[in-house]
Design a protein around this ligand. Sequence first.
Ligand SMILES: Cc1cc2nc3c(=O)[nH]c(=O)nc-3n(C[C@H](O)[C@H](O)[C@H](O)COP(=O)(O)O)c2cc1C
Length: 298
Amino acid sequence: MKIIGVDQDKCSKCLNCVNYCPASCYKNSTDVNTGIKTIEFNDVYNWCISCGHCVSVCPSNAIEYENIESTYEFEYVNNPASIVNYETLVKIIRARRSIRHFKNKMIPKKEIKAILEAMRYAPTSHNMQQVYYIVITEPEKIEKLKYEAIKLINFYRKIMKYSFFLKLFLPKNVKEILLDPSIKAGMDDMIKQFEERQDVIFHSAPAIIITYSPSMGPTTCLDSAIALTHGMFAAQARGLGTCWIGFSHEALRRYKANNKWLKIPKNMEVTGVLIVGFPEVQYLRAPPRNPVKVQWNP
Ligand SMILES: Cc1cc2nc3c(=O)[nH]c(=O)nc-3n(C[C@H](O)[C@H](O)[C@H](O)COP(=O)(O)O)c2cc1C
């Protein structure tokens, strides 16, 4: 959405745009001779992030912009607290589970579209909106992705054998994970189950959503994580279940040759992997979480 300027006839000079623009793109001035006040969109440093807040706060609808759609008609923005109360929202959050058992049922495209629509409204750093999506439903392609993740697990198992060298060279946090015997046992078990033809990576989900973003972006993975989280709740609201698949994400980050068939441009990298499907499990209790670890300062 590109801001073009301010319609001076409509402008009530309330200064909302000046006060609420996060990039200080609006200037107000008063003509010394006539005393006429003018509010201008004056983005000298090209700092406008197209967040649209100026349009959102203008009481006289005086901001001129190139619209990409009619989102401004969204009435609930006036009073977000009225849409869903805190108690209901927390129920939605607490009821979400990572789903690893799915019905053998394809997801209609309109459901995936609904999930993507919710992801689209996620915040992004600098309002860059540089999260791109790939939806994979073809079993052969899912199979290929699965093999890549298994390759990664096998790689980890291999290097774990050289614990002496790992101890010397790896950063502490990675060392702790890779040298933990229970992690190795878990990976051995995954490989065994995989060899028994169980889908230990994607849990036989009918659809996978992959996100990718520009590689050098300072918040590349964060933007996708927020968008995917939006998608998880949207999926839940449509009766679908989801689960992050960190193994696949890591495999696709490491084995960049996949970018070619996934049609990911050269300057981009995979930033997240989510499986989606109709749940075949019903939870009867919500697992507890640790108490919040917080410092109230002061
Ligand atoms: C970044 C991330 C990566 C994850 N990777 C995997 C994975 O590779 N396989 C899997 O089955 N679950 C994966 N999970 C799901 C977590 O195990 C799950 O969120 C956690 O156990 C809490 O359970 P809940 O989501 O049902 O509350 C991942 C979750 C996150 C946030």
